[in-house]
Design a protein. Structure first.
Lengths: 203, 203
DNA sequence: TGATTTAGTCAACGCATGTATAGTATAATA
DNA sequence: TATTATACTATACATGCGTTGACTAAATCA
């Protein structure tokens, strides 16, 4: 059950007020800020409580507590992630010589044990993922059908869509100009590196 | 100028209350906790303010802000960028009620005076930019031919490709299912918000 | 020695504030 | 189709709450 636009606005105002003033706004202050009556503001706060985004201490002035305030919004909550120029066979993925830099992204964009950014080469997944994009990858040795994955074939890393069909692994490009790879499970030289969980493109 | 024993107790109670409840205690609640009259509690809070340990918003209920409560360190190489749920006409783009959260991204990804992330609605730029993507936008009032821009048309913000052709502004979607907009320069209700300099997609 | 600071009691004023009652209107849902 | 969720207006009530004035008493300061 998500929030409506208006409810999101109200929640943001409450958060901003706490950050700026140090304490939550009163019902009337919320109303004044949006130019609505206290009752309308009151109903919105009750809706936020019902949906679990806020905990109220009934009948207490400014008795609004925003749940997961730190987790979602405040910065200490950034995660440092290595940016890899390439993935090489043989060595561990996060070998020092592959790390181009360490960048800082919101923690909830990078959920998982081992997460890294990979500079994409080639257009086998165009237009979804383009040459030069940064792919956010979570290390994992298996994947579900349809996942976009990073796989290592001999000495070359590729990004393709992953399928498993009667004991065969299928790596299918979005771009039809490229060939679909099909191989038996356990084929030597093949290794699943991880799943692409995000794409960043600088224009 | 240090604190007395009693003042330290009061300050600790205020801190504990904020941590536990999510908002500061009222003067009366402080009094009740220590078994003293509101006036005595009031005087203590004023003493804490005088000594700089607390900032008060006079005449406001629970108007107590504890200073240096949450000192947060931010990575030097990171930049904090507001994430907007939408862009509204009339108000400034970075109006508080539009800010969903503040996220932290590498400084060199966000070069420019005013940069923000915008949650994309609709697929007019598919497959380049999809519904739900986050667009990194640099505020600017003009653009070059071919730039992907955020523009405000009356009350609605859209992302389109920008062209200028014989004193006309052309806003062209990548998705052919959408119409190309063509209007004279200076048409009222039209406003260029900024240029899309990056796209972030979570899969 | 008198003034200031600290720590209280007690009663009261008046605006702030959460909440209720009673409506209107629109869009989504079953 | 009836019903629920959303988003409001308008008025009002009772209590919450910051604040004040007046006063006591001990400790500390100049």
């Amino acid at each position: 059950m998500g929030l409506t636009d208006r409810q999101r606005q109200i929640l943001n105002f409450i958060k901003q007020s706490i950050l700026k003033e140090g304490f939550p706004p009163s019902i009337r202050e919320i109303g004044e800020h949006f130019g609505i009556y206290p009752r309308a503001a009151f109903d919105h706060v009750k809706a936020l409580e019902k949906k679990g985004f806020v905990k109220r201490s009934a009948a207490k002035s400014r008795g609004i507590e925003v749940r997961d305030f730190m987790e979602r919004d405040v910065q200490p909550d950034a995660r440092q992630v290595p940016l890899l120029g390439r993935v090489t066979a043989g060595r561990p993925v996060l070998a020092v010589e592959n790390i181009e830099s360490i960048v800082c992204i919101p923690r909830d964009w990078a959920r998982g044990e081992e997460v890294f950014l990979l500079r994409v080469k080639g257009d086998s997944m165009a237009p979804f993922i383009m040459d030069g994009d940064l792919a956010l990858v979570r290390s994992q040795a298996s994947a579900d059908n349809g996942d976009v994955v990073v796989a290592l074939l001999e000495d070359e890393a590729t990004i393709k869509r992953f399928y498993r069909e009667n004991r065969h692994v299928v790596l299918k490009p979005d771009n039809a100009a490229w060939e679909t790879l099909r191989m038996e499970e356990g084929t030597p030289g093949f290794r699943l590196i991880g799943k692409v969980i995000g794409v960043y493109r600088r224009i």
